[in-house]
Design a protein around this ligand. Structure first.
Ligand SMILES: [Zn+2]
Length: 222
C-alpha cells in the first residue's frame, strides 16, 4: 500500500486552542534556546483533552481501561463519514442520521460524524454544537463500532452560556463498550475520495484518560 495523500483532520495545539469550558488552554514556553544552549526545546503544559484528542474509557468510568491499555487497532480503520451538516445549534442527531451508511457501520470502522461545526472553532458558537442523541451512540455500539469521531468539542452537549448540560449518554455508550471518542476533528469535508483510512494515535500516556492525537485520513493508492 502506498499513500497518495494525507488529509490533516487536527487543530493546531497552542495558546489559541479552544478548550472545554473550565479546562485550561495549552501553555508553551521556551526551556532551552539555540543562543543559550545550542538547541531549542519548549516546556508544555496541557490538559489531557487538548485540541483534537482521544478519550479513553477511564475518562468516565472508574474501572475503565486507561489510554495505554487500549488496543491500537481502535485508533485506525476505514473511515465512515456520516453527514450531519446543516443543523441548528444544539440539535440532537437521532439514529435516523446513520441510515444512509448503515451497511458500513461494522466492527473496525471509524465513524466520523460531520456536523461542519469546526467552522465555528475559536468562537463562542463552537460550544453550541449539535450532539449525538444517546440512542444514536448506542446504535453505533450495537453494530460493533468502537471508534467514534466528531468535529465538535464533544459527542454530548457542552455546558456553556447558561445551558446546564449534564447528560453524557454518548460518552457512556462508546466508552462503556471499551471504545474511544476522537473529539475536535476538523476538515472532514476534505475526505472526498473513496475508501479513506483514518488514523489518530494518542500519546502513550501512562494511565491516561485521554491525550492529543494527530488525526488524519489517508487516500491510498491501489
Ligand atoms: Zn475528551
Amino acid at each position: 500500500m502506498a499513500v497518495e495523500r494525507v488529509v490533516d483532520l487536527s487543530h493546531p495545539v497552542g495558546p489559541r486552542t479552544q478548550v472545554f469550558p473550565g479546562d485550561e488552554p495549552p501553555q508553551i514556553s521556551p526551556s532551552c534556546s539555540l543562543a543559550a544552549d545550542g538547541y531549542n526545546s519548549v516546556r508544555i503544559r496541557l490538559s489531557s483533552h487538548t485540541g483534537t484528542h482521544a478519550d479513553a474509557p477511564y475518562h468516565f468510568l472508574a474501572d475503565g481501561p486507561r489510554l495505554d491499555e487500549l488496543p491500537l487497532e481502535l485508533f485506525c480503520g476505514p473511515a465512515v463519514v456520516v453527514d450531519a451538516t446543516g443543523l441548528e445549534p444544539r440539535t440532537a442527531i437521532g439514529p435516523g442520521a446513520l441510515e444512509p451508511w448503515a451497511d458500513l457501520l461494522v466492527p473496525g470502522a471509524a465513524v466520523l460524524v460531520r456536523t461542519g461545526w469546526d467552522r465555528h472553532y475559536g468562537t463562542e458558537r463552537y460550544y453550541d454544537h449539535p450532539y449525538l442523541a444517546g440512542e444514536t451512540a448506542r446504535a453505533l455500539v450495537e453494530r460493533g463500532v468502537r471508534t467514534l469521531g466528531v468535529d465538535t468539542l464533544s459527542p454530548d452537549q457542552t455546558p456553556y452560556g447558561g445551558v446546564e448540560a449534564d447528560d453524557w449518554s454518548a460518552h457512556h455508550a462508546v466508552l462503556g463498550a471499551g471504545g474511544t471518542i476522537i473529539e475536535n476533528l476538523c476538515r472532514l469535508d476534505r475526505i472526498d475520495f473513496a475508501d479513506p483510512w483514518f488514523c489518530a494515535f494518542p500519546l502513550r500516556l501512562s494511565s491516561g484518560d485521554g491525550a492529543p492525537v494527530r488525526a488524519v485520513a489517508m487516500d491510498r493508492r491501489r
